[in-house]
Design a protein. Structure first.
Length: 356
């Protein structure tokens, strides 16, 4: 039998003891003397973690169907809490050993958490998906593109039979035109929606039939206006596209929290990547260096420099690693700085950050 721990659903901006009678936790343990059906809060200063008593299990090796059921349970609890609170969701499968470790997580992530609450104040996430109403007809329409017709004609008129390589050329060109048309649709959808949103995030298209898949962070006062805009788009493209709106949701796509153990070698890599030579840094050092390097190695400003994209991505990653570590080791607003040596690292190994 696995040990009993605390499953963390998310963080709320409240310091009141609460219970959420929402059924079983993802992996409820029935033979414990201290089991709460559903979820409850563990308090720290003016914030709380929403948790349930649960066996500590590794979600990374679970079958997909089991993981899907656990995800539904996880989201149901979060959405129940959301009826009365703004909640920052935690990544699926986040556990702590006990109340003390939950409070340690809240302590180490306090500044990051409070900053996120300020950003998502009165906001909700709404996801918008658009798919082709009749993909076969649209594919037929794209295949009538003049460039594709000319390629087909040239292949049919050449001597010998059409080869697999010839068919691949047609397929590549068809895919290129299909992606071009999808991008045109996506721009026509995104532009009017961006006008009334605070932030947006693009999700991967799951198949060829999907044209648009984005998450929007919206002030609740603008939600009806946003939904009206989606209805207008649905009417505008009704012969070609079907729209689906999901929400309101917690800010899953923008600020899902992750608890991880920092690695000393990762911190050291980040320090060197930003060119910080001392083992004592302040937030000012991190931000100032980030701004300087962002200007110096931005791909738009160095289009002909080989490897500039990776250099820029590494710089952004290093900045985020050091800023998360700094926030974990400083619980005040003053720029007190922190050490990067091994002793200090052991005290600040728990990092609370957002998913990339």
């Amino acid at each position: 039998m696995n040990k009993l721990g605390k499953y963390i659903y998310g963080i709320i901006n409240s310091n009141i003891d609460e219970f959420f009678d929402s059924g079983e936790s993802p992996t409820e343990v029935r033979n414990s003397s201290r089991i709460h059906r559903g979820a409850y809060t563990i308090l720290f200063q003016d914030i709380s973690a929403v948790v349930s008593d649960s066996e500590v299990v590794d979600y990374s090796h679970m079958p997909k169907d089991t993981l899907a059921r656990l995800l539904v349970s996880h989201q149901q609890v979060i959405e129940k809490v959301m009826t009365n609170h703004t909640i920052i969701p935690m990544r699926l499968g986040t556990f702590a050993n006990d109340d003390k470790e939950v409070r340690q997580i809240l302590n180490k992530g306090y500044r990051t958490i409070k900053d996120i609450f300020e950003r998502i104040k009165n906001c909700v996430e709404i996801d918008v998906v658009a798919t082709f109403s009749d993909f076969s007809s649209f594919l037929q329409e794209v295949s009538q593109d003049e460039e594709i017709k000319q390629l087909k004609q040239s292949l049919l008129s050449k001597k010998g039979s059409v080869t697999v390589d010839d068919q691949m050329k047609v397929g590549v060109l068809l895919k290129k035109q299909l992606d071009k048309k999808k991008n045109e649709f996506a721009n026509k959808i995104q532009t009017p929606l961006n006008e009334i949103t605070d932030n947006f995030k693009t999700h991967d298209l799951m198949d060829d039939k999907m044209v648009f898949n984005m998450a929007f962070l919206i002030d609740q006062s603008k939600q009806k206006n946003f939904e009206r805009k989606v209805d207008e788009l649905n009417n505008k493209f009704e012969e070609k596209l079907n729209f689906r709106c999901v929400g309101p949701l917690p800010p899953y796509s923008f600020y899902t929290l992750v608890v991880k153990k920092a690695r000393l070698e990762e911190i050291d890599w980040a320090r060197k990547k930003l060119g910080l030579k001392e083992d004592f840094i302040t937030a000012g050092d991190i931000k100032k260096t980030h701004r300087r390097l962002a200007l110096a190695c931005h791909p738009d400003k160095n289009p002909d420099t080989p490897g500039i994209e990776k250099k820029f991505d590494d710089m952004i990653k290093a900045y985020k690693i050091l800023l998360d570590y700094y926030r974990a080791s400083n619980q005040t607003e003053q720029d007190e700085g922190c050490y990067l040596n091994e002793q200090a690292f052991q005290e600040n190994a728990i990092l609370v950050t957002t998913m990339a």
